[in-house]
Design a protein around this ligand. Structure first.
Ligand code: ZN
Length: 244
């Protein structure tokens, strides 16, 4: 499977970029993970919007769902333009009833996932871990039977991440804070938190994402590298990852 970073900022998008959004592709199947602010614009550099097969959401904060409405409009407009009749499934938890109801539109359908069960979407098997965040949020462990990717979504540090991320090929961490800060009250992690999980879970590669809007984000990599000795990537639009 191949991962492409579409959006990676925490909170709001910097110019010419987007907040949380990732594409996961295997064979001809494309799963979009989260749909942050600016994501639909950036996505179209890499993919026709109609080529999405499914979307899955970690939680309902704006920086993860802001572009759902315009994605629905895009599919509606494309139904006139190219006669598209497909419905895009949008997998999400139902602990925010109002948020979940908005996922269903003429060409999208909200599909509830059970966080205690394994979810199969196309070639992907997904299990969930509830994160530590001000609103209900789920991290995901995704495999195509060949490689394993773990996405923490938004979370402050919790020990459960170590077991959940064990031996993953790639760990994508919420890295909204620098080493010297404390992200726990805000429900986010630092570069050190992410690197600690990566090391203790013995993952191969670490991708720092959900980045802060201030400071020099390259410092996050320097800080994480004091703890984690595997490959560390700093999220940027268009960055792709595949198991080596
Ligand atoms: Zn959040």
């Amino acid at each position: 499977m191949k991962l492409t970073v579409i959006g990676y900022w925490g909170g709001f998008p910097a110019p010419e970029s987007a907040t949380s959004c990732y594409l996961l592709e295997k064979d001809d199947f494309t799963l979009m993970i989260d749909a942050g602010s600016g994501a639909l614009s950036r996505l179209q550099k890499y993919k026709n919007v109609l080529d999405l097969d499914a979307l899955i959401l970690s939680h309902y904060h704006h920086d993860h769902v802001a572009d759902i409405g315009v994605l629905q409009y895009a599919w509606l407009v494309q139904s006139y333009v190219v006669g598209n009749k497909d419905i895009l499934p949008v997998y999400a938890h139902t602990e925010d009833k109002e948020g979940f109801e908005k996922l269903t539109h003429e060409f999208t359908e909200g599909v509830p996932y059970d966080p205690s069960a394994t979810l199969e979407i196309g070639p992907f098997s997904i299990t969930f871990l509830k994160t530590k965040h001000p609103v209900p949020c789920y991290g995901m462990r995704i495999t195509d039977g060949d490689s394993v990717l773990v996405y923490t979504a938004d979370t402050s540090y919790q020990e459960e991440w170590i077991e959940f991320s064990k031996e993953a090929d790639l760990l994508i961490t919420d890295c909204n804070f620098y080493a010297e800060q404390d992200g726990s009250q805000a429900g986010h992690m630092t570069s050190i938190d992410g690197a600690t999980i990566a090391t203790q879970a013995n993952v191969k590669d670490l991708l720092l994402s959900h980045l802060p809007q201030y400071g020099d984000t390259k410092d996050l990599v320097v800080q994480a590298s004091t703890i984690f000795k595997g490959e560390i990537y700093l999220a940027e639009e268009g960055l792709t990852w595949q198991k080596k």
